[in-house]
Each structure stands twice: as structure tokens, then as C-alpha cells.
Design a protein around this ligand. Structure first.
Ligand SMILES: NC(=O)c1ccc[n+]([C@@H]2O[C@H](COP(=O)([O-])OP(=O)(O)OC[C@H]3O[C@@H](n4cnc5c(N)ncnc54)[C@H](OP(=O)(O)O)[C@@H]3O)[C@@H](O)[C@H]2O)c1
Length: 341
């Protein structure tokens, strides 16, 4: 039995890491920041500790005696944040956390990065060898840029002796998506509010498998390696059809040209600016929709034994969970829960 600290334990991925650790009989210290999402830990035999990675309050104490550390609380830029300021903040906060990790000397650090750090390669499946270089060769949306920069900090720390394994999940679909971020697209279609789609392909994985992938990365992952945690490359149309069907709705029928999506994103950001809310369709998402991302995650399947739950099941589980939260109710969905800071 290993004692593990999970940073970001109340998050979508963190909640699944905790469950995977408990299923394997490990002892878990669950670090949370805000009380608001603590209910995702209800009923779990974990030690709860409050940690704020902005101020580092509670981090040293939380690290004490933990052999494994899962860092799933990486800085998440809001869609409306300034590019350079966000990037600087991400790098700075990652460096400060790395310093504390070095001092605590855990046996393994698993860092949750993102498949957004992998280049989009037209015409073939992309894998870990297609990781974006730093500095970037060309412009990338803020989210991807921040994730690439943070990942690079962790890999540099690995060169200086920190025992890091990096995992790069694709779009995670599953329970405990309390905010929700990756579940937004699912909610739009599950509530069959969106009758349209664009021609786009991306990769989706069940978040429960991502949790297991993290734990296996700690147990068997090679130090300094990246592992894509992916499952199925799927078209938006098929994803939307599955999401709508899981909620008992009709599939989207109208295919939009890309320029209409871009115009909708501009309008959405305009509304967001006026209402001080996160946009429903940020330009970064519209930009991502332009280039498909087909991924090959066979390295994690081979080396970590990453499970591959069918996406139909992931969507069904997520929809069922959202239903228990009342998130499929229109009034609730329209509520602005992501105020711009
Ligand atoms: N979801 C996906 O599809 C996906 C895919 C690929 C990669 N990722 C990456 O995986 C990581 C986790 O994603 P997620 O979907 O689980 O995010 P999430 O649901 O928003 O959860 C983030 C967690 O991190 C905590 N956190 C954030 N900033 C913190 C800080 N300064 N101090 C302490 N705790 C902090 C949050 O605490 P609060 O409750 O206090 O906010 C929350 O528990 C992110 O880095 C994301 O970029 C996610």
C-alpha cells in the first residue's frame, strides 16, 4: 500500500484518480482548495487537506509522508484571460510547486498535462513523438500554450532529478465533471439544444480510464516519459449523436461551414464580455475545431495497460451523472456558473 497525495482531488480527473487509487488499496490524501465541490469526495475513505497552489498554503504539510504525488490541479486559463499574463502565471506557479516537490522528495510525481501539447498531424495519427517544441514554432491557443509550457517545466525538473511521469489525456468524458469543462459539449448535445455540428474529429476517453492510467503511470510508468491517455478518434457528428441518444434526444442534422462557427464564437465572446461570464463557444474551441486531432495512444495501452472503456458507456455514465446533478435541466444549464475572475 502506497500513500498518495492527489492535488485537484475535487476536479473531474482528480475525483477519478482517487477512486482508482482506492480500488488498488492505496492510502489517499485528497487535497482540495474550495469547499464548493467537496461533495465529489463524499463517502470516500480519504484524508482531506486544504491546499492552495497559488499561495502554496498547506502544500508542504500535504506532501509530508506521501510517496506518490498526482498533480491534477494544473493552472487552467479562463477563455477570456490575457495571453502573456496567463502564460507567465502558469510558468511561475508551476515552478513554485516544483520547488516544493523537490524538497519533499516523493518517489513519483505524475503530472496531468493534456493531449493539447501534441501537434496536430494531418493525414496520420499523432503520438507522443509529436509533442510541440518550446518555444512554439507557431501560434497556438492559450490553453494549449499554457499546457505545453507547464509540461516543459516538469520535464526540465525531471532532468534535474525529480521523478516525474507526464500523462496527456484527450477529452475526458465521465462522472464528477462538476464545473463542467470537457462535459460542456456533451451537455449541449445531451440536452439536444444544439441541432448543428461541424466536420471535425477528435479523441475522447472515459475519465475513469484516465484515473486508472494515472495510477498505473505512478506504478509502472517510465520516468521522464509522456503517455497519451486516449481511446477513440470520433467525429463530432457521431459524438453528438451518441450524446443526444443517451439523453433520449434526436441527433443534430445540420452541418455548419467552419466560418459560421467562427462567427458564432465571436458573438459568444461578445456576450461573454458583456455578461462577464465564460463564453459558451470560445474562439479557442472554434480554432481547435478547424484542425482534426487523431491520436495514437497505444504506448499507454501497451506499457500501462490503460483500459479502453467504450465511449458509448462513458457518455451514458456522464449523462446519468449530470442528470443526478440537475445539469440536464435547461434553467440550470443557462445559469452562468463560470464568472470571469
Ligand atoms: N477534463 C479534460 O478533458 C482534460 C483533458 C486533458 C487534460 N486536462 C487537464 O487535467 C487537469 C485537471 O483537469 P480537470 O478537468 O480535472 O479540471 P477541473 O475539473 O477544473 O479540476 C481542477 C482541480 O484543480 C483544483 N485547482 C485548480 N487550481 C488550483 C489551485 N491554484 N490550488 C489548488 N487547487 C487548484 C481545483 O480546485 P477548485 O475546486 O478549488 O477549483 C479542482 O479540484 C487540468 O490541468 C487540465 O488542463 C483535462
Amino acid at each position: 500500500m502506497t500513500r498518495a497525495l492527489v492535488l485537484g482531488s475535487t476536479g473531474h480527473i482528480g475525483a477519478h484518480i482517487i477512486r482508482a487509487l482506492l480500488a488498488d488499496g492505496h492510502q489517499v490524501r485528497a487535497a482540495y482548495r474550495r469547499d464548493r465541490f467537496l461533495s465529489v469526495l463524499d463517502g470516500l475513505p480519504v484524508e482531506r487537506v486544504r491546499v492552495d497552489l497559488d499561495t502554496l498554503d498547506g502544500l508542504r504539510e500535504a506532501l509530508d509522508g506521501c510517496e506518490w504525488v498526482f498533480h491534477a490541479a494544473g493552472y487552467y486559463p479562463g477563455f477570456t484571460e490575457r495571453y502573456q499574463r496567463s502564460l507567465a502565471q502558469a510558468i511561475e506557479s508551476t515552478r513554485r510547486v516544483i520547488e516544493r516537490l523537490r524538497a519533499a522528495r516523493p518517489a513519483r510525481v505524475v503530472f496531468t498535462s493534456s493531449a493539447a501539447t501534441i501537434r496536430r498531424v494531418p493525414g496520420r495519427l499523432a503520438d507522443e513523438r509529436d509533442a510541440e517544441p518550446w518555444p512554439l514554432a507557431s501560434w497556438r491557443p492559450l490553453y494549449a500554450t499554457v499546457k505545453i509550457a507547464m509540461e516543459r517545466e516538469l520535464l526540465r525538473a525531471r532532468d534535474a532529478g525529480l521523478p516525474v511521469v507526464v500523462v496527456n489525456p484527450s477529452l475526458c468524458i465521465g462522472e464528477y465533471d462538476a464545473r463542467p469543462f470537457s462535459g460542456r459539449a456533451l451537455l449541449l448535445y445531451a440536452k439536444h439544444r444544439l441541432p448543428v455540428y461541424v466536420e471535425h474529429t477528435f479523441n475522447v476517453i472515459y475519465t475513469g480510464d484516465v484515473g486508472v492510467g494515472h495510477v498505473r503511470a505512478a506504478a509502472r510508468g517510465r520516468l521522464g516519459e509522456r503517455y497519451l491517455l486516449t481511446c477513440r478518434n470520433i467525429s463530432l457528428k457521431e459524438f453528438a449523436t451518441l450524446a443526444a441518444a443517451a439523453a433520449g434526444g434526436p441527433p443534430p442534422r445540420l452541418r455548419l461551414p467552419y466560418r459560421a462557427v467562427w462567427a458564432a464564437a465571436l458573438a459568444s465572446e461578445g456576450v461573454a464580455w458583456l455578461t462577464r461570464c465564460e463564453p459558451v463557444l470560445p474562439r479557442a474551441v472554434a480554432h481547435a475545431a478547424r484542425v482534426e486531432q487523431r491520436l495514437d495512444g497505444s504506448k499507454a495501452v501497451r506499457e500501462l495497460g490503460l483500459p479502453q472503456t467504450p465511449i458509448e458507456e462513458a457518455i451514458a455514465r456522464a449523462v446519468a451523472w449530470f442528470r443526478t446533478q440537475g445539469s440536464l435541466c435547461v434553467a440550470r444549464f443557462l445559469k452562468c456558473h463560470d464568472r470571469v475572475k
